[in-house]
Design a protein around this ligand. Structure first.
Ligand SMILES: [Zn+2]
Length: 494
């Protein structure tokens, strides 16, 4: 039997957020042993699901899930939390070996108070534990800020190649299969990493839209060359103030370092040529709301880019609600994080009248509280399940105790007690609201809502709202990023 361990942690850290990724939050969000991992990911479509499936299909392989924790994006992982998580994740691999291989389901854009690159530190420690000869496979998110430590200590690194991320499962299956071929001595992977001085604006990261679609086609052609085992375009995560922030390319060939280097260089050069098109802006709030209100067919989806909850924002932005009121636009459907408002709705009960100001309370970057008067239409525990396609392949969601209300001026609000983005329309449907009937659907996110929103939206508009995840990167103060990097620094052409 080939015995393989899997353990890891998953976090995308927005270093501009004020909400620390604490140990409590990780424990509450998911702190899973083997049985917990199988229950949560056995039928999902995440990286871990891919590892489980790829190993289950091979009768000679036993995959042992050991430990996994994940937390929705927020600020850096605290010193306490990363200490416990690192010891747990490395410890279970160390204490349950020996292993023929190890598979690590990471994100690649974690930042911690202790290490700016905890993903790289984790892979390095696992290498230390298993020694130089045990294959290590790592599956990353396409928003990874890839470090040399991640690549040098792994044998195979795969990365989602879609944004929104609908191939997490398939990339992890590929990772596991390549690692198995390595265990059997069939391949000798060699990897080149290139990190051109380039940021891709979040708005331009959709892989089926230009210019990313063209870059992905170039990558597809290179991937098909003989000797290439896997190849990844990595968009990077702009909201982490770390040295690795930015785009990267990972090319792995079968024992041919020159070919890996050549392809990685050519992909980095291709992206550099597209740098202007990879950094365009969105639509202003007033223009977006006016266009949505005047549209012939509904719903029109407005993507609230500044409150991209999946990117580490607060889920309580009120900018679009205030702008709509000022412009006389009604018919918005929006979820707002506000535990106090949920409690008030629970007290009033379904059919009860409520009057309060919602949202805009977590920090001073997401608008002021929005005063409303209205009627509670539903209450729930905030747990829902999505069997359709979702960004990252997740199936089970929890927004904490939730309420729906209809405001007297014609908006529909879903109030939630845990920050949740628009990753599943069950967020609305579980409270009796059909988003197809909305006039203007506010989607919190840039790419993650798309698998759900695109099939029902008559038009989609990406709105340049302020916030922790503003698409305008000049609004952030970076201290640790590489310099120079396009488009944040003036740079020589070429
Ligand atoms: Zn991502």
């Amino acid at each position: 039997m080939i015995r393989i361990a899997t353990a890891g942690f998953h976090h995308e850290s927005n270093t501009f957020s004020t909400v620390p990724a604490s140990l409590d939050k990780f424990r509450h969000s998911g702190w899973l042993d083997g049985d917990g991992i199988r229950a949560e990911y056995g039928t999902a479509r995440t990286s871990l699901s891919g590892f489980l499936a790829a190993c289950a299909e091979d009768p000679e392989v036993e995959l042992v899930p050991l430990f996994y924790t994940h937390l929705t994006p927020m600020a850096a992982i605290t010193h306490e939390a990363i200490g416990v998580i690192m010891e747990q994740a490395v410890g279970v691999i160390r204490d349950n070996g020996p292993w023929d291989a190890v598979l690590l389901p990471q994100h690649g854009a974690a930042v911690s108070e202790t290490w700016p690159d905890p993903d790289g530190e984790f892979v390095r420690r696992v290498r230390e534990v298993v020694g130089p000869d045990v294959p290590i496979g790592v599956a990353l998110d396409m928003h990874a800020n890839v470090s040399a430590a991640m690549i040098e200590n792994a044998d195979i690194t795969t990365v989602y190649q879609t944004t929104p991320h609908i191939d997490a499962f398939e990339q992890a299956v590929l990772c596991a299969r390549l690692i198995l071929r390595m265990v059997r001595g069939e391949i000798h992977p060699t990897t080149a990493l290139r990190t051109p001085p380039l940021v891709v604006n979040i708005l331009n990261q959709g892989t089926s839209d230009e210019p990313m679609a063209s870059l992905m086609r170039i990558a597809d052609a290179e991937r098909a060359r003989p000797g290439v085992l896997t190849l990844s375009v990595v968009e990077g995560y702009p909201y982490a103030d770390v040295a690795e922030m930015g785009m990267s390319f990972i090319v792995t060939t079968d024992d041919d370092p020159a070919l890996a280097a050549e392809i990685a260089d050519s992909l980095a050069a291709a992206a550099w040529k597209m740098r202007a098109a990879l950094n365009t802006g969105g639509v202003t709030m007033d223009a977006a709301l006016t266009r949505a209100a005047a549209a012939a067919a509904h719903p029109v989806a407005l993507f609230d880019m500044g409150d991209n909850v999946g990117g580490g924002s607060t889920a309580d932005s009120t900018f679009l609600l205030h702008a709509a009121r000022r412009l006389g636009v009604s018919g918005l459907l929006q979820a707002v994080y506000d535990p106090d408002a949920v409690a008030a709705c629970q007290k009033a009960g379904v059919g009860g009248k409520v009057s309060f100001a919602v949202g805009g309370k977590v920090d001073d970057m997401h608008g002021t509280p929005f005063p409303v008067t209205g009627t509670v239409t539903a209450l729930s525990d905030g747990d829902y399940e999505e069997t359709g396609p979702t960004h990252g392949g997740y199936r089970f969601f929890s927004d904490g105790p939730s309420a729906a209300m209809r405001t007297d001026d014609g908006h529909t609000l879903v109030l939630i007690s845990l920050p949740g983005g628009t990753r599943s329309l069950q967020q609305f449907r579980s409270l009796g609201i059909e988003p197809r009937e909305a006039k203007i659907l506010i989607a919190k996110g840039v790419h993650s809502p798309r698998p759900q929103v695109e099939p029902i939206a008559k038009e989609m508009i990406w709105v340049n709202t302020p916030g922790r995840t503003s698409a305008d990167l000049s609004t952030f103060t970076y201290r640790h990023r590489r310099r120079p990097i396009y488009p944040l620094d003036p740079m020589a052409e070429g």
